[in-house]
Design a protein around this ligand. Structure first.
Ligand SMILES: [Zn+2]
Length: 268
């Protein structure tokens, strides 16, 4: 996150807050040594579930499937699975209705990829979504989740080591839900569980929220404010202006907006 109007909070010229989402082990092996050597603090936002339960987040299962299987094959498979559940009596919109509902604009993805991500991240009811993801994951990946979670994510010792070396940790939910798409009860429980899990790593009297998938609404903001959250980071892509922006809706630049991938950053 690059910040305009630096003087507002006594920040230096061209101040930047470096944020790292999802708690990948790469943040310990690659990012942390560079930051430490340069005396720079990074802000890390780890979802609790992989650590607490040795599970792989849905977002990563979907990424892995998309990296492994052709997206048109995945769409066909999803339709077949949904047909089977409809046949068993589940009330699910038709495949065509779902496809039309969950495709749309994206800066990076094709229509099929948008459909797969949207449907499996929040489009289907939670129970059905889990069943579909599990079935696809089992069919195409079939590696133990426990093994993958230990390979992909930061562990507790690494987090403690980074924290004691001056790195900052904020909240990125427990399950990595689309918080605007779940009920208020589930949203509140997810945030409370994550705060409980990271007790001692995250200061409950002054903490930062990084909304998974950049998904939030007024209820999320009201709830986290009541829990002593002080800042909310979104996935809106632009330079933050902290003298004018709402502190619970701060935009960020994405590494995808920088070379070698693109020069989008120049627009901001
Ligand atoms: Zn995330």
């Amino acid at each position: 996150m690059k910040i305009k109007n630096q003087n507002y909070y006594g920040l230096p010229e061209n101040a930047a807050l470096l944020t790292f989402d999802d708690g990948y082990v790469d943040h310990y092996t690659n990012v942390f040594p560079i930051l430490k050597n340069r005396g720079i603090q990074g802000s890390f936002f780890v979802s609790a579930k992989p650590l607490a339960e040795n599970k792989v987040l849905d977002v990563n299962k979907i990424h892995y499937l998309l990296a492994t299987v052709d997206s048109s094959v995945l769409v066909d498979n999803i339709f077949l699975i949904l047909n089977r559940y409809r046949y068993q009596g589940e009330l699910i919109e038709s495949n065509e209705e779902l496809y039309n509902k969950f495709t749309g604009k994206s800066r990076f993805d094709t229509q099929e990829v948008i459909f797969i991500k949207s449907l499996l991240q929040y489009g289907l009811d939670a129970g059905l979504r889990d069943l579909v993801i599990q079935e696809l994951f089992h069919k195409y990946i079939d590696v133990s989740e426990e093994l993958l979670s230990k390979e992909w994510y930061l562990n507790w010792e690494q987090i403690c080591c980074m924290k004691s070396a001056g790195m900052f940790f904020g909240l990125h939910g427990y399950e990595h839900f689309w918080l605007s798409e779940v009920s208020n009860g589930i949203m509140e429980k997810d945030i409370e569980c994550a705060l409980d899990y990271f007790d001692g790593i995250i200061d409950r009297s002054c903490w930062v929220m990084n909304y998974p998938y950049g998904s939030y609404n007024n209820e999320v903001i009201s709830f986290i404010k009541a829990q002593n959250c002080k800042l909310g980071l979104t996935t809106e892509v632009r330079v933050a202006d902290i003298s004018n922006d709402d502190l619970f809706e701060l935009p960020r630049l994405d590494t995808n907006d920088f070379p070698p991938k693109s020069k989008n950053y120049k627009k901001f």
